[in-house]
Design a protein around this ligand. Structure first.
Ligand code: AMP
Ligand code: MG
Length: 347
């Protein structure tokens, strides 16, 4: 399959490109598009064949459900059983990096929801994504636009690396602002369960859902044979080629440990920007931002891991264990998966 690649900055000026993309979606084809979280691999959410094509292009098991992207919160009505809590969340966080799981209606084929009777709804906060949904006139089912087993793409080049020849079109709208996938919350009546942390934090959500619970799999390793609430939790997550070890402990101890390791052959370090000057000159560093700047760390994490994977002769990677509060929880969740839960306490 030939993949067309277009840069798109302004949905109004580039309306002709959006029309082409919309036509592809309406006839069951696949379009990669930018959102504020990560790039999405989109197909018509009401078309069973489009869903199958998404799974095939990603190399993803078809029981791992897709998120449905709509342009405004009320556009979820034909597809999901909405509630007061949904609209209260929508008022605060939509459009934005929040996905809400609701009971599904028959308009969404079971192949899109991996056979579940619930559906994931998101309203992306990105001009190109919203213009594309509107131009298509159908909701867009989209997982992250990476091949299964790779990190989510935070720029068009990452998506192109993974999906060229497997999709009809890639829309390049520049770097994704957030850089981590959306927060996922499942609503059951007025109860809410956090299934995946993201840029909308548990603290944000508790202002609307005071009794929000956090699924154990968000922070812990899954026990053998344990049941999961979100199918995505059970799959082996992306891990870099060089095994990643996360470090926790006092700042001075961790820094001394890193300086020592950085001098060794085959070692790469996902370091804070302020650590760059103190590291040995020959160190292989992948800076992720300042220690206190979790936004930048979220923005850079997946790109840093892709860079590490593209660096020859790396045998081990070290990174700081993120804090478990605020946006830190989303970083923590992605980091422990990439590290296969390997945490080293440095004393
Ligand atoms: P991705 O878009 O690649 O980040 O993947 C979407 C994730 O959303 C999947 O891995 C699922 O775990 C989750 N998800 C989508 N739909 C549902 C649903 N109906 N119930 C629970 N989790 C869902
Ligand atoms: Mg994904």
């Amino acid at each position: 399959m030939e993949t067309q690649l277009y840069q798109i900055k302004d949905p109004e000026k580039d309306a002709a490109i959006l029309q082409k993309a919309a036509e592809i979606l309406r006839r069951g084809g696949l379009v990669v598009f930018p959102t504020e979280t990560v790039y999405g691999l989109g197909g018509d959410a009401t078309n069973q064949n489009a869903a199958m094509a998404i799974y095939a292009a990603k190399g993803r098991p078809s029981d791992n459900p897709l998120i449905i992207h709509v342009a405004t919160p009320t556009e979820a009505e034909p597809y999901a059983v909405t509630s007061d809590t949904y609209y209260r969340l929508a008022r605060h966080f939509m459009p934005g990096p929040l996905t809400v799981i609701l009971p599904k209606k028959d308009t969404i084929p079971l192949s899109v929801t991996g056979g579940l009777d619930t559906v994931a709804i998101r309203c992306p906060d990105h001009a190109v994504a919203r213009a594309l949904i509107q131009a298509a006139g159908v909701p867009i089912a989209a997982p992250s636009a990476n091949r299964s087993g790779k990190p989510s793409p935070t720029c068009a080049a990452h998506a192109a690396e993974d999906l060229t020849g497997r999709v009809d079109m890639i829309l390049d709208g520049g770097d994704c602002e957030v850089g981590l996938e959306s927060t996922i919350v499942k609503l059951e009546g007025d109860r809410g369960i956090l299934l995946r942390p993201g840029a909308v934090t548990p603290e944000d959500l508790r202002r609307i859902i005071p009794n929000l619970s956090i699924a154990p799999a968000v922070t812990a390793a899954l026990g053998e044979g344990e049941r999961v609430l979100s199918p995505g939790m059970k799959y082996r997550h992306y891990a870099p080629t060089a095994p990643l070890v996360l470090l926790e402990g006092e700042e001075t101890h961790v820094r001394a440990f890193l300086i020592e390791k950085a001098g060794e052959a085959g070692v790469g370090i996902l370091c804070f920007d302020e650590e760059i000057p103190v590291m040995p000159k020959n160190a292989t560093l992948f800076p992720v931002g300042k220690r206190a700047d979790l936004e930048t760390q979220a923005h850079r994490l997946f790109a840093a891991l892709r860079e590490a994977d593209a660096t020859p002769h790396l045998e081990r990677l070290y990174a700081h264990l993120p804090p478990m509060e605020g946006l830190g929880l989303a970083l923590y969740n992605r980091a422990i998966r990439a590290a296969a839960h390997t945490i080293l306490h440095v004393t």
